[in-house]
Design a protein around this ligand. Structure first.
Ligand code: SF4
Ligand code: FES
Length: 363
């Protein structure tokens, strides 16, 4: 193994507490092979992981899933994380979180809630989430969160079938009292990759969305922050995925597998360790999956001699795997990448609006 200097401490840990979820979004970031309930870590092990993360220097804990509220011990997990000194953020669909549960989570020390939004009206939201009545329950929960003074971020996942509703979506978040909205266009791994033809927006939609966001940033300045993640297929250069491999954060899957990013398990060349096999610090500092793409030594041309390598770190390894079949390849969305013609061919072949394929729901 290469002898790399010790990495800086990670800032954030994303704990996928469970893959169970009442929704079935066709762009779910969970893997195609889901961990069953019996395979999930127990309360005590998660509490140990949170303490180890804090010792390692992690500041922020994101409790995610699936739907984290599907865990009956969520309140105990929040309390354990708080006890470890972590800032605790809950990423939820809002389903399964009644007001009494929200009270208990707040009492346990929850700092912040991120609520996912599948659409700005019941029709589209419930169709995309694959759960009838979900939108109404989400709305109820959002009001309960802001009524308590808990900081709320709305995670609006945007794609071909709802990007035209962007202005309405931003206004909706502001009316709810959200402090922040993340307008993130779907990135294509796993379930989303299987639904790419139905979800990838058109160039006209993306151009209009950029104008809408620019205007909204001015309109809501001082009231609500707006983060926009455009679909990178339309970009000239790739995103600096994860801020660089193994440099800012780590994910722990429901069964305790420690991953450098949520899609890392799609790279078959990597071998992963579990929190039950080694201390978190050892996995972060010396684990083979984390070492694989740290720094720049692994890069091939054109990244190796490119001035932008300090900016984007060669892009996303999982996207290189998904599109080029090689995790060491330059991210194919890069204009300089040998595989860029693949991305252009995908954009050229987008189906007409009235010929979108059926969605494949996560189950
Ligand atoms: Fe980034 Fe590599 Fe493209 Fe340069 S060649 S811009 S480092 S992805
Ligand atoms: Fe894995 Fe980008 S999602 S490196």
């Amino acid at each position: 193994m290469r002898d790399l200097p010790p990495p800086p401490a990670p800032i954030a840990l994303l704990a996928e507490l469970t893959h169970r979820c009442p929704l079935a979004c066709p762009y779910c970031s969970n893997p195609l092979e889901l961990v069953a309930r019996e395979g999930e870590l127990d309360t005590a092990t998660w509490a140990r992981v949170f303490a180890e993360a804090a010792d390692l220097g992690v500041l922020q804990l994101h409790l995610s899933g699936g739907e984290p509220a599907a865990r009956r011990d969520l309140e105990a997990l929040v309390a354990a994380a708080r006890q470890a000194g972590l800032y605790v953020n809950l990423i939820t669909s809002g389903i399964g979180l009644a007001e009494a549960r929200l009270d208990a989570l707040e009492a346990a020390g929850l700092d912040h809630v991120q609520l996912s939004l599948q659409g700005v009206r019941a029709g589209i939201a419930d169709r995309i989430g694959g759960y009838r009545g979900g939108f109404a329950r989400k709305l109820e929960l959002a009001r309960a969160i802001t009524a308590r003074g808990l900081p709320l971020t709305l995670n609006a996942v945007m794609h071909r079938q709802n990007l035209d509703d962007l202005a309405e979506t931003i206004a909706f978040a502001a009316d709810l009292g959200a402090r922040r909205i993340e307008v993130a266009c779907v990135q294509f791994y796993g379930w989303a990759l299987a639904n790419r033809a139905a979800l990838l927006p058109t160039r006209a939609q993306v151009d209009a969305a950029k104008r809408t966001v620019a205007e909204a940033v001015g309109t809501y300045r001082g009231r609500m922050a707006i983060d926009f993640v455009p679909p990178d297929y339309y970009a000239d250069y790739p995103k600096a995925c994860m801020g660089g491999w193994g440099s800012t954060g780590l994910n722990v899957a429901p069964d305790g597998t420690v991953l450098p990013c949520h899609a890392a398990a799609t790279i078959p060349q990597l071998s992963f360790q579990r929190v039950t096999e080694a201390p978190l610090a050892e996995i972060w500092e010396r684990g083979p999956a984390f070492q694989a793409f740290r720094g720049h030594d692994w890069m091939a041309e054109p990244c190796r001699s490119c001035a932008r390598r300090e900016i984007d770190h060669g892009g996303c390894r999982c996207q290189a795997m998904a599109l080029a079949g090689d995790p060491r390849a330059t991210d194919p969305v890069c204009r300089l990448a040998p595989h860029r013609p693949m991305v252009d061919a995908i954009l050229d072949a987008l189906p007409a609006t009235d010929a979108l394929p059926d969605l494949v729901y996560r189950r």
